[in-house]
Design a protein around this ligand. Structure first.
Ligand code: BG6
Ligand code: MG
Length: 222
């Protein structure tokens, strides 16, 4: 029986991917690396330090920096990113998502947040959505990042439900893989050819339908 939803944040509830991209692009440019949207796609859902490693490998500079220098680069990027977040308001909630959260609360589903971002609490507060969630996974407590299932398993656990009773929502390939590995029902939001491993896909947040998710979940698990 479906009892709760475990949400990714970036790209599902709000479009911070553009801000991550802008901040990484500037950071990479300072060390002579150019990144494009294809590289950006690979940064979705993975941690800050993993993102930096992807960028360094892309620029063939993976052996050029000490751990302390890498920390400094990641901090620089984060400072720039946090500066961009300061302008966020509830107007930055992706189309349809507030109504979807309202519908979930009205139906008494448990809601957990499973974002890899250490900035997730700030973002939810800026969007005015913190009260919708019963629990938030703290990414600092995790051993493995997406596509490892840990964050989605923990999200369900924090709201007292089994993975088999949960739906996970994601916009990243690594995230869909994490949800599937956790044994939850995966809902992809975005290009269905990119997110083809999802149990159910919506091309955009405006198309997300609770009834469609409930039906598909029933068909798979019922
Ligand atoms: C995820 C984003 O939500 O958070 C990734 O999709 C990002 O792109 C990760 O790297 C970590 O975010 P932060 O805010 O902790 O640097
Ligand atoms: Mg995401």
């Amino acid at each position: 029986m479906l009892k709760g939803f475990v949400f990714d944040l970036d790209g599902v509830i709000t479009d911070t991917a553009q801000y991550h991209y802008q901040a990484w692009k500037a950071c990479a440019a300072r060390i002579g690396i150019t990144i494009d949207p294809t590289v950006n796609e690979a940064l979705k859902g993975i941690s800050r330090m993993e993102s930096l490693e992807v960028i360094l490998r892309h620029g063939h500079r993976e052996n050029d920096f000490t751990p302390a220098e890498k920390e400094a680069l990641a901090t620089e990027k984060n400072n720039e990113y946090v500066g961009l977040l300061a302008n966020m308001t509830p107007a930055d909630i992706l189309p349809g998502m507030q109504a979807f959260l309202e519908a979930l609360k009205a139906a008494d589903y448990k809601l957990a947040l499973a974002s890899a971002s250490k900035n997730a609490p700030t973002i939810l507060a800026r969007l005015g959505l913190a009260d919708y969630f019963d629990a938030m996974v703290d990414p600092a407590t995790l051993t493995h990042g997406k596509p490892d299932p840990e964050i989605f398993v923990k999200g369900a656990e924090l709201v007292g439900i089994k993975p088999s009773e949960a739906v996970g929502l994601e916009d990243a390939v690594a995230g869909i893989q994490a949800i599937n590995a956790a044994g939850e029902f995966s809902v992809g939001i975005g290009d269905p050819t990119i997110l083809h491993e999802a149990d159910l896909n919506f091309a955009a947040t405006s198309e997300v339908s609770l009834a469609a998710i409930e039906n598909a979940f029933e068909s798979k698990n019922g």
